[in-house]
Design a protein around this ligand. Structure first.
Ligand SMILES: Cc1cc2nc3c(=O)[nH]c(=O)nc-3n(C[C@H](O)[C@H](O)[C@H](O)COP(=O)(O)OP(=O)(O)OC[C@H]3O[C@@H](n4cnc5c(N)ncnc54)[C@H](O)[C@@H]3O)c2cc1C
Length: 865
């Protein structure tokens, strides 16, 4: 291959050793970046350890190596002419064809002339004096550059075999990620394959075609879908032909970089036959992402995931003749999708062949590799060749393989000892002007990488152009922004099942790697919007410096919980009329209709509906009893709905959840509603109901002196007021009060009313509408309407107050928590980060609400301990 020989650039004489940008890697990332840098007029060097372009597709030449995203999607979009000039022969093209594609693009765009091949970057050093990087290469050259981009690939460093005796073997040794260019003929050979991840699953059937004996060593069985390879899928081709721009735009805004209809059905909401039918349809498409998105909750709910996992296991049993082997090949421990699912051609069927044997390393571990073979589980087998399909040091391996030293002599390896902390997966604090393509903290390996690569290359190049235009020399993320990004990535990971599994996504395949979810799971489209927003907000979370100027625009880019954001996005697309534009009757009907569509919540031991006497007539209640043996403590619960709508059944899922989690009886009371019954009807009913429940606790299956109150929103207001009235009117004595995003002060404006006035479901305007229906302005200072204004808050029961960050009512709850504390009341204050007024009540719909609900239940248990 030719090496770079450029001395003239954009009319300027350039030194090859002092350039604007150094790019490491000439895979699809480095190639496109080179094109953009050249077009934008940056002097640059591209350094590649391999002998050609293509990266992954240059190194991974093992038999069966193919892309598992369809070629309709796994291709560049930045050069529209390519679509006319190149056509793919298959849906899942094999490695030689993808490599030819990379070469074709490189030739077409004259990329070869700008790349130094067979050059490895060994280390890189930042100078704070010159504001430049010094890059040292395997050829002994030092290149100085302003900006330094690691386009080094997330699956480019094969994992070293860590099996005792591995270096003793005298036969042939192959690593799938470093396959010989001339190919390997296994005809008549005795072969061992170690590893059953994607590379193993792709290569095993073809190695079995040649070998006289094949033993496959498996530590973890994997889910694999048949590729049903053939021509590119016609329905995708048709869409591309009809409107390529629209198709590509949809891919860029999608969850994983491929246009796919997103699911609307929970796996738990349909009978098994329906689930099987839906899964079968997806399965027959032979597309990697389809089976995982048949249902809404496969990634977040273990029971839902089990539906898909069992479908997969049934498929394995149907293919593999020996039931014991089928069982060994069936994943049981990890949820579907938490390790990268594979695509195969005849993988499971291969184990029906007489010369192929599967060894389960959990029951027959390898004792040692010998000069002639492998000793395992009391057996000793000779082999002519061993193939290691043991995966990669993914996401960070190639980055930290280079000794990168940033500010103050800190190396990236040191900084990342406890996790690859970064901002947007693109940059990292302490390493100015260093960029990563598809690095940790970005969608990367959880996406169609072509879409993610193009997005990163565009973001980086556009940023470099901005810096140049504005006269800035350096850009560096701020610690605040980086920490907020870490939290956001963790929030996203926490609501999924990924953390249950030891996978390479979690760094678990490499000893000593920190255990975090390395890629960003929030989705390709959402991620792109975040990156765009950072630039649109003048590089939020970055400090830019140059020519005596400094621009610091600090702040977190995302704090809202990812599933809450999804709900808000969905609501925005529905274009619903604001509730405050409705009559109370219409608002009630709307609220009832919304409630009918939500998941029901967990099963409880018993539900009893009844009535209790109230000051204005009978009040309905619903009692939830746990399935454990009673008697139980009793919580009198008041529903939300702004005193205008809702009922004793309207917070059903939340009441069920609290009943089961805290092991208490919940009595949910339907107090009178405004505008028919205005202030103080709700307060009076709340207190009357509390008294009645306390008086009848034993008959209700409760323990008489173990009573607490709880409520959400306006119900939190009723609960707080009931607790004050109980203190002032001779009982009952309460063990505690649990107030979830309560209304505590209608007398004045709080900062959060304006900060979160709009966009988070409960709006400032809606709060006004509720108050107008409930209480006259002069009544709002009455402590029975605004418990915060009570002259004396001493002697009230211990409280847990939950406030939500993006709730207009947040500061009212904060103020009540502070006031109670000042009055000597024990208070637990849970500030639910990234939540809105309604999100914690959305049981089984928003996984991020699980942790706060557990804390609420713990508080209830604590009241009664
Ligand atoms: C077998 C296999 C199948 C895959 N199939 C798919 C698929 O179907 N869909 C999908 O989206 N993704 C797939 N991927 C992921 C694939 O890696 C990306 O799609 C894409 O090819 C990555 O391109 P890249 O340029 O970012 O990195 P790479 O292609 O990995 O290129 C990085 C380059 O950097 C070079 N390099 C690294 N360190 C140094 C150094 N210190 N000095 C000099 N050079 C260095 C390497 O030699 C390499 O050539 C697959 C990966 C593998 C391994």
């Amino acid at each position: 291959m030719r090496t770079a020989d450029r001395s003239v650039h954009g009319g300027k004489i350039m030194s090859k050793s002092d350039v604007d940008v150094v790019v490491v890697g000439a895979g699809f990332s480095g190639m496109y970046l080179q094109k953009r840098l050249r077009d934008a007029g940056f002097s640059h060097r591209v350094l590649e350890a391999g002998g050609d372009v293509g990266g992954t597709w240059y190194w991974n030449r093992y038999p069966g190596a193919r892309c598992d995203i369809s070629t309709t999607d796994y291709q560049y979009t930045w050069d529209p002419e390519l679509h006319e000039q190149w056509s793919w022969s298959e849906k899942h093209a094999a490695q030689p064809e993808i490599l030819r594609y990379a070469q074709f693009v490189a030739k077409k765009h004259d990329l070869y002339s700008g790349i130094d091949f067979d050059v490895r970057v060994n280390d890189a050093l930042w100078s704070d004096d010159t504001k430049r990087w010094s890059i040292h290469t395997s050829t002994g050259e030092t290149i100085v550059c302003r900006h330094y981009v690691m386009a080094t690939g997330c699956l480019s460093v094969p994992k070293e075999p860590d099996i005792p005796g591995a270096d003793r073997f005298r036969g042939d040794v192959y690593v799938t990620g470093r396959w010989p260019h001339e190919g390997v003929d296994f005809s008549g050979m005795k072969v061992a394959v170690i590893g059953t991840g994607s590379s193993g699953i792709q290569s095993i059937p073809l190695i079995a075609d040649q070998a006289s004996k094949l033993v496959v060593y498996q530590r973890t069985p994997n889910y694999s879908i048949p590729a049903f390879n053939g021509p590119p899928p016609q329905y995708r081709v048709d869409r591309l032909v009809a409107d390529r721009a629209a198709y590509e735009a949809e891919a860029r805004q999608s969850a994983s970089g491929v246009p796919i209809t997103m699911p609307t059905v929970s796996a738990l909401s349909v009978p098994r036959e329906t689930a099987w039918e839906l899964l079968e349809t997806a399965w027959l498409k032979g597309e990697l992402l389809e089976t995982g998105i048949v249902f809404t909750d496969v990634g977040t709910n273990r029971a839902a995931n089990d539906v898909v996992a069992e479908f997969m296991r049934e498929k394995i049993r149907a293919e593999v003749q020996d039931p014991a082997t089928a069982e060994l090949l069936s994943p049981r421990k990890h949820p579907y999708g938490t390790k990268r699912p594979c695509m195969d051609t005849n993988y499971f069927q291969t184990f029906n062949r007489p010369h192929v044997r599967l060894v389960d390393l959990n029951t027959s571990p390898i004792r040692t590799i010998t000069e002639t073979g492998i000793d395992f589980g009391g057996e000793s087998h000779d082999f002519d060749a061993i193939v290691y399909a043991t995966g990669f040091d993914a996401m960070t391996g190639a980055i930290v393989n280079v000794d990168i030293t940033g500010k103050d002599g800190v190396t990236l390896k040191q900084k990342w000892e406890h996790g690859p902390h970064n901002y947007l997966g693109l940059t990292t604090v302490g390493f100015p002007n260093l960029y990563m393509i598809t690095g940790p903290g970005s969608p990367s390996v959880l996406s169609n990488m072509m879409v993610s690569i193009e997005q990163h290359v565009d973001w980086i190049t556009d940023t470099l152009v901005d810096l140049r235009d504005k006269g800035f020399d350096t850009i560096e993320a701020t610690p605040l922004a980086e920490e907020a990004w870490r939290k956001h990535c963790t929030d996203c990971a926490d609501i999924t099942l990924f953390q249950e599994t030891d996978s390479w996504y979690m760094g678990a395949n490499v000893p000593g790697k920190p255990r975090v979810l390395f890629p960003y799971i929030g989705g390709v489209g959402r991620y792109r919007r975040i990156c765009d927003e950072v630039r649109a907000r003048d590089y939020l979370g970055f400090v830019l410096e140059g020519a005596g100027r400094r621009q610091l625009n600090d702040g977190p880019i995302r704090e809202i919980q990812p599933d809450v954001e999804m709900v808000l996005d969905m609501m925005a697309t529905l274009g619903l009329p604001p509730i405050e534009s409705m009559s109370p009757a219409d608002a009630r009907a709307f609220s009832d209709a919304s409630s009918a569509m939500r998941p029901p919540g967990p099963a409880v031991g018993e539900i009893i509906d009844g009535t209790l006497p109230g000051p204005g007539g009978p009040l309905e209640y619903r009692l939830y009893r746990p399935s454990t043996t009673g008697p139980h403590p009793v919580v009198v619960y008041f529903h939300g709905g702004g005193w205008v709508f809702g009922s004793h059944t309207s917070d059903d899922p939340l009441c069920r959840a609290l009943c089961t989690l805290a092991d208490v009886v919940i009595v949910s009371v339907n107090y009178r509603h405004a505008p028919e019954d205005r202030f103080p009807a709700a307060a009076d009913d709340g207190y009357a109901a509390l008294r009645w429940v306390a008086d009848n606790a034993a008959a209700l299956g409760g323990v008489p002196d173990r009573i607490a109150v709880a409520g959400w929103s306006a119900g939190g207001n009723v609960a707080a007021v009931a607790a004050q009235l109980a203190r002032d009117n001779g009982g009952p004595t309460l063990r505690g009060q649990l107030l979830l995003t309560p209304v505590t002060d209608g007398s004045r404006q709080h900062r959060s009313h304006d900060e979160n006035a709009d966009g988070y479901i409960l709006t400032k305007a809606l709060m006004e509408w509720f108050w107008n229906h409930y209480a006259d302005p002069e009544d709002r200072s009455d402590p029975r309407a605004s418990p915060l204004l009570a002259a004396d808050l001493t002697g009230l029961p211990p409280a847990m107050i939950v406030t939500a960050q993006y709730d207009p009512l947040r500061d009212e709850g904060d103020a009540y928590a502070r006031a109670l504390e000042s009055a000597g009341v024990p208070v637990q204050h849970l500030r639910a980060r990234g939540h809105i007024h309604t999100s914690i009540t959305m049981v089984d719909a928003l996984p991020s609400g699980v942790a706060p609900r557990r804390r609420m239940a713990d508080a209830l248990r604590g009241f009664f301990a």
